[in-house]
Ligand binder design. Structure first.
Ligand SMILES: [Zn+2]
Length: 390
């Protein structure tokens, strides 16, 4: 019948939609991951529907979002990152910006006397700023920083990290140069304190050295603490005596629509009894890949006639869907498949944080009276194993 009514490409799409046959029809909100309505997703939809002209206009404008994103991965202090963001948002109170807002201030640069104090002028093209840049050793464009575009100048500085010929100590100092130029300008304007470019360079060098030294010390302390307690590293807890534990890992590649799955069974002494890896194709969503791997592991345990099995797999949406199935209607099919397999006797056994990571669990009675349990926990090692299949 499908062949009579639809093209093959549509038939493929229709066949991918699996119905939830053991439940009455229910509503699913398309614009959230869980399938439940939220005010945030409702506002998003209303904006998309009611203000298309604003969205169209925003798309036509050149965007500085790409540049702004780079700020957050720049190696510098949080206050300087915020300062860089204010530069790119043209949100520094220089004379040009204050005049635009209707206030009457002196339009001249207080440092060099040139008329028109823009952010670009203070930080790049003012004569004193040029001196500081020159003394800092930070490379500048072939014909100097641009007069017209602060975005081009900042873009140039971001690209310094790719220049191999520039010493690391020099190319990582540019955020502090900008910060010091702004501080100097404010000290002169508000406190009348003039500054010397040479002493500014010394101060910049000290600030850079102090910050990177502090970061290396913080990393050392973190490393020592991790080695001592290591609460974040996924820990393998043995199952109760007489039980075995099956850790399940799943990794999904959205580009290839491929999923790699793995499971390992160990006894209460940690001895590996069985293990397996497998690739699954044509899986279009991450949740499909996770449920496929869990079902595959459960079926494998069944075919190996193993009883008293504790299942462990990564926390995530699947866990939340099991805990609150009504709040996750998008996962109704996945919950239904597992519930069907386990005989509809799931209950939360163990919730909340334990050992520094989330752990929740479910126990159930299987149809054949086997004692099986499932628990959800971090198991990055089994995910790593799964990724080797892809
Ligand atoms: Zn100036």
């Amino acid at each position: 019948m499908l062949q009579d009514l639809f093209f093959q490409v549509d038939i493929d799409l229709i066949c991918k939609k699996k119905p939830v046959v053991d439940m009455d029809d229910f509503w699913v909100w398309l614009h959230s991951k869980s399938g439940e309505y939220s005010v945030k997703s409702g506002y998003w939809l209303a904006f998309q529907s009611n203000k298309p002209e604003l969205l169209f206009e925003a798309c036509r404008q050149p965007s500085t979002n790409g540049l702004k994103e780079k700020i957050w991965s720049t190696s510098t202090s949080p206050k300087i990152k915020l300062f860089l963001w204010r530069i790119l948002s043209v949100a520094l109170p220089v004379a040009d910006q204050i005049l635009i807002r209707g206030m009457n201030v002196n339009p001249c640069c207080q440092i060099c006397g040139q008329e028109g104090e823009s952010i670009n002028h203070v930080l790049f093209t003012c004569s004193v700023a040029r001196q500081v840049w020159e003394l800092s050793g930070v490379p500048t464009p072939e014909f100097g920083f641009q007069n017209s575009s602060i975005f081009a100048n900042i873009q140039f500085l971001f690209e310094l990290s790719f220049l191999a010929r520039v010493p690391v100590q020099v190319k990582r100092s540019w955020p502090w140069v900008l910060w010091r130029l702004w501080k100097n300008r404010n000290l002169l304007l508000f406190e009348g304190i003039s500054f010397c470019p040479l002493s500014s360079i010394v101060k910049i060098g000290d600030d850079v050295q102090e910050w990177f030294l502090a970061q290396s010390l913080i990393r050392l302390v973190d490393l020592e603490e991790n080695n001592r307690a290591d609460p974040c590293r996924p820990r393998w807890d043995p199952p109760p005596i007489g039980w075995v534990k099956c850790n399940v890992g799943a990794v999904w590649s959205g580009k290839k629509k491929l999923c790699g799955g793995s499971w390992v069974v160990r006894d209460d002494r940690g001895l590996v009894l069985l293990h397996s890896r497998r690739a699954f194709g044509n899986l279009t969503t991450k949740k499909d890949s996770q449920i496929t791997c869990v079902l595959w592991a459960i079926e494998s345990m069944d075919s190996h006639r193993l009883s008293k099995v504790l299942f462990a797999f990564e926390p995530g949406d699947l866990l939340f869907a099991f805990v609150r199935p009504k709040a996750w209607p998008s996962f109704a099919l996945q919950v239904s498949e597992l519930t069907h397999f386990f005989g509809k006797d799931w209950r939360l056994e163990n919730g909340g944080g334990k050992g520094g990571f989330k752990q929740g669990g479910f126990s159930y009675s299987s149809k054949r009276g086997q004692g099986w349990k499932a628990t959800i926990l971090c198991c990055s090692w089994s995910s790593a194993l799964a990724s080797s299949v892809l």
